[in-house]
Design a protein around this ligand. Structure first.
Ligand code: HEM
Length: 456
């Protein structure tokens, strides 16, 4: 080993890299270490996707006459083909779960604050790419569900202001979903997205290696941390082993998914573009909130088409999310910024409520669910969660800013309990936020007292 190392060292000068690894440390204290492992678990699931995807590629054949047949061949004839497909599908969902938890944990720890703005931005783009993987992969089996879900999903692109129709044509390769769409999605899924993602993951990891992991807010002085090599890495590997066990168990015991809408991959019937679309078709679970938001908008609003207004709102929200490192001025000064923690909670309540509603929770299993019953049941769940988060933040972290999460909860409560339309309830909440900020501006003294050294 040491001779091989010397040989490589002489040619490529590896000693500085080894020195760097020897001295690299992960900050300890301030908050739980658990949050530092979630990027690693996301990386694990991404690597699983690449490995199982390559195996599927050995047999998958894109094309109107071959895509569905080749997936059926993989699941019925190829030895362990069903397992590889199941691993690929499960790992895709687990990766998105891990990604979302990683994104919110870095958000709440304010790990995006300078100098780590680009870690956040590359991460945000990776999040969008992961959604792109899910969307493009969904069509590849060319079954009924995939076909109609892609028709509905791509149709919502029309709503993108200005370039909607063009975007729809580019994505579909024509006016309708056809074999052309399948080829494009295949190229995106197995070539374009993996190449861009690998490059960006490389950049994301490089930034983190150069800067190290963010210490807790207010702890400027680097205390002695946990050695990255081997202490942190060994823990990382142990967690990867647990992820592998979880993935294998799920893939073997539920090869076609848990059967929840948006989390199933039963092959079913082959796509037939001439067949009528069946009602109640839903996208994958991580798109459900956008799907539900589109449903909450009327056909026309403020001189725009309803879906256009909904997509514009989603774009503005995502834009704010991407720009958080520059918007959070307090975090830039390494001061506690509870207003931004509140923004994160409001985002969770907003997205969580719409997702539950899209699942028709509380709809009593009716074919056409009772919309009021669904709105009430999902409101009860979300308001309970909101109250629990409020109690945790108030009593464990002494937070005092609840304007945004309060407004999000008010919208949900007005809609679910008093049957106010979702949009009108939203307008009341926006007015409350405006009044709240006006009050904080006019009030003498700091609006949110800085609390250095506490969890943000
Ligand atoms: C394929 C997707 C991703 C992979 C593989 C990945 C991987 C990682 C890894 C391995 C780390 C270092 C360990 C850790 O803090 O967990 C990290 C840190 C970080 N990630 Fe990601 N990540 C991904 C997506 C994201 C997303 C979506 C965001 C946010 C929008 C994000 C923001 C960050 C930030 C700010 C850090 C620095 C954390 C710190 O300094 O404490 N990442 N990522």
């Amino acid at each position: 080993m040491s001779r091989a190392f010397d040989w490589l060292d002489k040619r490529y000068g590896l000693t500085p890299l080894v020195d760097f690894l020897k001295h690299k440390e992960v900050p300890v204290g301030g908050h739980s270490m658990v949050w530092y492992y979630l990027g690693g678990t996301t990386l694990f699931f991404f690597a699983s996707q690449v490995c199982t995807g390559l195996l599927l590629l050995l047999f998958y054949q894109p094309g109107e006459a071959t895509a569905y047949e080749s997936i059926r061949f993989i699941t019925t004839k190829v030895p362990f083909g069903w397992l590889v497909r199941s691993l690929h599908c499960w790992s895709a969902h687990l990766m998105i779960v891990s990604l979302i938890v990683h994104m919110f944990s870095t958000f709440f720890l304010k790990a995006y604050r300078p100098p780590r703005e680009l870690s956040w931005v590359t991460g945000f783009v990776l999040f969008m790419l992961a959604l792109g993987f899910g969307f493009s992969g969904y069509l590849l089996p060319w079954n009924e569900l995939a076909f109609f879900a892609t028709s509905v999903g791509t149709d919502s692109m029309k709503a993108v202001p200005g370039i909607g129709d063009w975007l729809l044509q580019v994505l579909r390769g024509g006016t309708d979903v056809s074999a052309q769409t399948l080829y494009r999605f295949f190229a995106l899924h197995v070539v374009a997205l993996p190449l861009i993602t690998v490059g960006l993951v490389g950049g994301h990891l490089l930034f983190i290696q150069r800067q190290g992991m963010a210490p807790a807010m207010g702890t400027h002085v680097a205390r002695r941390g946990l050695r990255f090599f081997p202490d942190f890495l060994l823990r990382d590997l142990l967690l990867w082993l647990l992820c592998l066990i979880l993935l294998a168990t799920l893939a073997v015991s539920l090869p076609y998914g848990p059967g929840l809408p948006g989390v199933e991959w039963e092959l079913g019937k082959k796509a037939n573009p001439l067949a009528p679309a069946y009602p109640g078709i839903k996208p994958e679970w991580y798109f459900l909130w956008v799907y539900q938001l589109l449903k909450e908008f009327p056909p026309h609003i403020l001189g725009m088409e309803g879906p256009q207004a909904a997509i514009l709102l989603v774009s503005v929200m995502l834009g704010i999310w991407a720009a958080v490192p520059w918007l959070d001025r307090r975090a830039q000064r390494d001061e506690s910024s509870t207003a931004f923690s509140d923004l994160g909670v409001a985002a969770i309540l907003f997205v969580g409520y719409l997702t539950l509603k899209a699942w028709d929770i509380g709809g009593k299993g009716l074919k056409v669910p009772d919309t009021f019953a669904v709105a009430r049941a999902t409101s009860i769940i979300t308001v309970i969660v909101a109250a629990a988060i409020f109690a945790l933040r108030r009593f464990a972290y002494q937070h005092r800013f609840f304007l945004l999460s309060g407004a999000a909860t008010l919208q949900i409560a007005l809609h679910g309990f008093l049957r106010v339309s979702y949009l009108n309830a939203g307008i009341v909440s926006v007015l409350l936020i405006a009044a709240g900020f006006a009050y904080l501006r006019l009030r003498p003294g700091p609006s949110v007292p800085p609390r250095l050294g506490v969890a943000p």
